[in-house]
Design a protein around this ligand. Structure first.
Ligand code: IMP
Length: 194
């Protein structure tokens, strides 16, 4: 079965290819020669995932899915959320984003946060929306060198270290994208069996 992942991010495609059943041929936007940057104009992760998946479905008529992820901090009413990549501005700089989080959280002890990943899926004439989440707290010190984005300041529940210290192996077991991917696999298996 051919499935399009509506992303240009080769790292994400590689990560998912490792997790998906062998009979799923996963292609990125680059693989199908779609070089358009689909604009994320939604105001929620759910809307953005749907916008991207719907675009591919309408243009190519293929089975596909799209994702959108972000960090949601309880004391900031869910910010940066859908604006995680550009929280401190359109330069999309990780360091600037982290500095802004710390500034907004000044004086708050052990702020609770979660990472959430939403997948919007088109399979045949069916549509699904699924999510994975991981709870944790924000660290006021950057620790670790693995990963990207807010990984150096996110400590997942049940651990003493940040995602950037824990590394890919653990993140791929307990992380938000890994959990959403497991749900996707269940749906693909169900779809293949019906
Ligand atoms: P995307 O939708 O997966 O591209 O994620 C949007 C933004 O959310 C990223 O640019 C990061 O700032 C943040 N983010 C999402 N997932 C992660 C993660 O696993 N670690 C750290 N930051 C993340």
């Amino acid at each position: 079965m051919i499935l399009i992942f509506a992303t240009h991010n080769a790292h994400k495609v590689e990560e998912l290819t490792q997790l998906l059943p062998y009979n799923i041929n996963l292609y990125s936007l680059t693989d199908i020669e779609c070089f358009k940057e689909i604009e994320e104009t939604g105001s929620t992760l759910e809307e953005n995932a749907k916008i991207k998946a719907d675009f591919i479905r309408m243009k190519y008529g293929l089975d596909c899915f799209a994702d959108d992820s972000g960090l949601e901090i309880e004391a900031l009413d869910g910010a940066p959320g859908v604006y995680s990549a550009r929280y401190a501005g359109s330069q999309k700089n990780n360091e600037d984003n982290i500095q802004k989080v710390w500034k907004e959280l000044k004086g708050i002890k052990n702020p609770k946060a979660c990472f959430r990943s939403v997948f919007h899926v088109h399979l045949g004439n069916r549509e699904y929306q699924i999510q994975g989440r991981i709870e944790g707290t924000i660290s006021f010190e950057k620790k670790g060198t693995n990963g990207f984005g807010y990984d150096p300041i996110f400590i997942p529940e049940g651990y003493q270290n940040t995602f950037a210290e824990l590394g890919e192996e653990i993140k791929n077991k307990i992380g938000h994208r890994a959990k959403a991917t497991l749900e996707l696999i269940e749906i693909l298996n169900y779809f293949a069996a019906t």
